[in-house]
Design a protein. Sequence first.
Lengths: 107, 351
Amino acid sequence: MCALCGVLGGEGHWADASGVAVPAACLTRGAQRQERVRLANAVLRQFGLVLADWQGAKYQLANRTGRTELVDNLAQVWQAAERILGRACDPLDPALIARIEQSERAG
Amino acid sequence: MAEQSSTIPVNVITGFLGSGKTTLLQRLLAAPQLSDTAVLVNEFGEVGLDHHLLRRLDDEIVLLQSGCLCCTIRGDLSAAILDLYAKREHGEILPFRRLVIETTGLADPVPILATVMAEPVLRHHFRLGNVITTVDAVNGVSHLERQPESTKQAAVADRLVITKTDIVDENSVGELRRRLKRLNPAAAQLEISLRTAVDPDLLLTRDLYDVQGKAEEVRRWLAIETAKAGADAAHHHVDVNRHDERIHSFCLRFAQPLNWTAFGIWLTMVLHSHGADILRVKGMLNVGTGSGPVVVHGVQHLVHPPDHLPQWPDDDRSSRIVFIVRDLSHDLIERSLAAFTHLGAPALVEA
């Protein structure tokens, strides 16, 4: 538990790769979280949302008007995103896929 | 989280009404190597008879007290398993090393798998082992076409056991075998009759988290592409009114190493949006470490803790991911994953 804000450490999510020697494991925990935030934002920006690390314990998801939610892991990011947006975030939506492909081509 | 290898495996035996679940269970429990197995069964309907049959074989049966195991009593199932564990720890029952749960014939097995995989206390002491689905050779094709429960039971299986093969002709067994292979190419198929022996090790003890079984399981997944190509070539027409036609499987292959973090972002998002229609996902990923692959294994919204194999099972270093899905597009899944894997390039660098 964080002594300052009383945040309990949550159960590890599978996507956090704890115990799995993947490239992310070569990074410090903080660097892993930053990398996760960076890549998630490449998707979330397509919806006008921004994710940030919050105290190394949670993630903070916000839209452009400042509506904000704190979540524990990646799986919860998508639930929160849909609550904020009021619509689905479907990774199989052809329009979303096309936008991501276009942003990658644009660099 | 507890080490997967130190936790007690939980096997789920499922299958449609009259498909021979209990007969299979009886025969398994007769095997000496399964003498330290605890069993949970339902008490309704035919299962009442099952109970009497089973009790003669094994006195360690625990009956759930309330209703159907499949849908409404996850809490009861969790409590029953934890009660067993407490009795085991206190020495009140023999220290069982395996738990088998037999579902009802109409059960959706996924809530049971979810209880074992996701319940916070249970998952520290237990892990999901193989899901074994019985399909009877007499009615199996009909059930797969008309009963969504039967189709789902087959789709989530790690082992498909075709029963009653001694009372139908070989052509009928062959047709069922092909249907099941197309529906779930990743599951090992076995055929049993009164005259054939049951291999308890193949059914129960060899699984992804068993040291001996791990390589074998992964090799089985690798055989999928070949089997799938043959099944597709023999099958063109799609009838959307048939339950087993709505479910299909495919394997994605990526020659370049995948970014693990990007893959995690993609899979969590896909499972959030479409988890109910992703019946199984089994992947062996090259994440660029230069050592063995990372194995990812999920059922609907649930994902097992990823496991890093010490070495590759063959010379191919491609990432391969098998999906068994319902009403989802192969092309969109492939295109979406490909787009996500290039997110935010360049790739990670060491700190």
